[in-house]
Design a protein around this ligand. Structure first.
Ligand SMILES: C/C(=C\CNc1ncnc2c1ncn2[C@@H]1O[C@H](COP(=O)(O)O)[C@@H](O)[C@H]1O)CO
Length: 252
């Protein structure tokens, strides 16, 4: 009596179907490749991004994400601010997570790396190949923005937001949405650069709040400062359970 195994399935006697094995079908011919572009296959890739991300980041310890413009040049004052933020966060015992790209991300990774801390970069596949900056010591390159975004929120205990453009605003407003809807709790969001962010606060207050689209307390979800030490102190306070988490008011 000969057993035949097809993966976990064992067949004997009349149940045995002759033909190629799964391995043979895998290895013998290249076959059509259009399945690579199907949604079921994409689901596996998406799943693998979560598995890789969770695996790589599970043990980095308390971490803060630093966001900011990919276009900040190395000789701009914002670059020095980002570098100081990376360094001071490490000195306070945090790992630093950035988007792993150039500009403010590179600066924060540089500060973190040179201070001897854990410098993480969560890169994203883009049409123009950029790669992770040289100061990233633990890096993951994501295909999918949403998988990458999950990693920032899951592994960072707070966000430091430096001056930036569309990408930075997307990251800021996603964090605000998650706090407002209480998907994350005890999550400080500190914006650096009072002059840079003033216009946004004016618009939020004078238009968005005035039109009843947010509550006044929603503005309290953000702290804006020019002082990196204050930003770091707020992150430390949150780590020690001293961050206010008022429940947002809800419309009747
Ligand atoms: C624009 C250039 C490269 C872009 N490369 C990026 N790599 C990684 N992460 C990025 C990149 N661009 C944007 N991000 C994310 O958005 C934020 C910055 O966006 P902004 O529009 O520049 O403000 C940043 O926090 C990243 O997470 C070539 O110069």
């Amino acid at each position: 009596m000969s057993d035949r195994m097809e993966g976990p399935v064992v067949t004997r006697r009349g149940q045995v179907e002759t033909g190629s094995t799964t391995d043979q079908r895998l290895l013998d011919s290249r076959g059509p490749s259009d399945w690579v572009h199907t949604d079921p296959w994409r689901v596996l890739r998406i799943q693998s991004e979560f598995v890789e991300g969770f695996g790589a980041l599970a043990e980095i310890g308390p971490a803060i994400a630093v966001f900011g413009s990919a276009r900040t040049p190395a000789d701009h004052p914002h670059y020095a601010v980002a570098e100081a933020a990376g360094r001071k966060l490490v000195e306070a015992g945090f790992a630093v997570i950035t988007g792993g790209g150039p500009g403010a991300m590179e600066a924060a990774n540089k500060g973190a790396c040179e201070a001897g801390g854990i410098s993480v970069g969560l890169g994203i596949e883009l049409p123009f190949e950029a790669g992770l900056n040289q100061w990233v010591d633990k890096g993951i390159n994501f295909r999918y923005f949403f998988a990458r975004k999950t990693m920032f929120v899951k592994y960072a205990q707070g966000f430091v937001v430096l001056p930036g453009g569309i990408g930075t605003l997307d990251e800021l407003f996603e964090a605000l949405t998650l706090v407002q809807t209480q998907k994350v709790t005890s999550f400080p969001i500190v914006l650096i650069g009072t002059a840079y962010w003033q216009g946004m606060f004016d618009w939020l207050r004078e238009t968005v709040l005035a039109e009843g689209k947010i509550n006044a307390s929603d503005l309290d979800m953000m702290v804006v400062t020019d002082d990196i030490d204050e930003a770091v102190a707020l992150m430390v306070a949150a780590r020690e359970g001293r961050w206010p988490t008022p429940a947002p008011e809800r419309p009747e």
